[in-house]
Structures are given as C-alpha cells and as structure tokens.
Ligand binder design. Structure first.
Ligand SMILES: *Cc1c(COP(=O)(O)O)cnc(C)c1O
Length: 221
C-alpha cells in the first residue's frame, strides 16, 4: 500500500478546492488529469486505489502498452492524450483515448475526423494553442486560430475547448488569462491548462482541466 501517492493526491485535490473557493468556483467543474507518462502500472495503481479515475499520457504507444489491462479492471477510467499526435497515429489514438488535447492543424483534424467516422466513436478534442507563439512548439498559431476553429466546427468532431502549454521559465498567469479570453471569444467553455507548478493559478483563471504529473507521481524516472 503506497500512502505517498494517496497523500499527494489528497494534497493536490485540497489545493484545487482552495483555489476554487478563492475563485468562487465549484471543484466539480475541475477535472484533475493525473499525468502518468513514463510511470509504470505499479505506480499508477495506488492512485486508482485512492479513487483517481482520469489519467493522461503523451504517447500513443506508451498508452497502448500500459492501459488496456488497467482499463479492463477499471472500466470507468478515462484516458486523455495530452501530447503531440502524428496524423498517421490518428486511428490508434481514437481507439486508445477518450479525450485528445493536442488537435492543432488541418492535416490532423482531417485524419481524426476520418478515424472517428471509421471507428464510430466520437472523441472530444481540445484545440491546442501555441499561446506564446514559440517557433519550436506545437499548437495552432494564434493568428490562425479563428480559421482553424471554423474548420474544426465544420468537420463536426466534438470540440471540447482550448488547451495550452505556456512558455517555460515565464510566469504562466498571463498566458492562462489569454487562453481563457480566447475561449470566451469563441464561445468555448473547456480550458485545459495548468501543470504541477501552476495548476492552482490555472484554476483561479478558469481552467476546467488541469494536467498534473510530477506533483502526483514524484520526479519523472
Ligand atoms: C508532462 C505534461 C504535463 C504534466 O507536467 P508536470 O509538470 O509533471 O505536472 C502536463 N501537460 C503536458 C502536455 C505534459 O506533457
């Protein structure tokens, strides 16, 4: 029995509840995604035992290797893809995940729409925004967001909201505020933002989904 993982989970949930109270929001409106990338099933089990059911992975192959057995044992688990997705992995992603957070370009949209159609399975997608306009980073460029959102809506795949990963080593709050404004401008309610170092700030600024890894699992191995 690993009390450490359970204690970390309780602490993160308490921090989310406190941020909600300050922001006059309901904790039920926040989904905590436990990011289990690089961590084996044995490290995940204590969190499941403690009641956590929503998990995030950043690679299709890793999820395919790790999750089928756990999902069979716990059918109410919800698995989110939070990492970059290649178009040629769209079918596998649609089969392995319940929500995708990294839709950021037309080629991927086309591939996902086709894969969902073929599988007869609708997987809600967040549009990832390159909120800091960083050259190397994934995400839809800010200037292209309105047009891309129109394309997503035309493709009739379930649009969950917007997602961002702010630039490293910078205060995240202004970027979270910007993403919240963009979502509101486009009539979207889902906001996937906030990681271990800044999820409380993200909750204060309207996050509906926080993606927390190391604060739950410890440093990555
Ligand atoms: C790894 C990862 C996280 C979690 O990061 P931590 O700092 O460990 O909480 C969140 N979002 C994305 C996209 C990630 O790749």
């Amino acid at each position: 029995m690993d009390n450490t993982a359970a204690a970390r989970l309780a602490e993160v949930n308490a921090n989310i509840a406190r941020a909600c109270k300050q922001a006059r929001r309901s904790p039920e409106d926040i989904t905590l995604i436990a990011v289990s990338k690089t961590h084996p099933a044995e490290a995940i089990q204590p969190l499941i035992d403690a009641g956590q059911r929503v998990f995030g992975e950043n690679r299709v192959q890793e999820a395919q290797a790790k999750w089928p057995a756990l999902r069979e044992a716990y059918p109410d688990i919800e698995l989110h893809l939070i990492g970059q997705l290649q178009s040629n992995k769209a079918e596998e992603a649609v089969a392995a995940f319940d929500v995708i957070h990294s839709l950021d370009r037309l080629s991927l949209l086309t591939a996902l729409a086709k894969a969902m159609d073929k599988a007869g399975r609708q997987v809600p997608c967040f549009v990832q925004v390159n909120i800091g306009d960083e050259a190397q980073k994934g995400g839809c460029p800010l200037a292209e967001l309105p047009a891309f959102l129109e394309q997503v809506r035309a493709a009739a795949i379930p649009l969950a909201g917007l997602m961002c990963i702010p630039p490293a080593d910078t205060e995240a709050a202004p970027f979270f505020a910007m993403l919240a404004k963009l979502a509101a401008d486009h009539g979207l309610t889902g906001l996937s933002m906030g990681m271990s170092s800044d999820y409380e700030t993200a909750v204060m600024l309207g996050a509906t989904h926080v993606r927390v890894g190391s604060a739950l699992f410890g440093a990555r191995g």
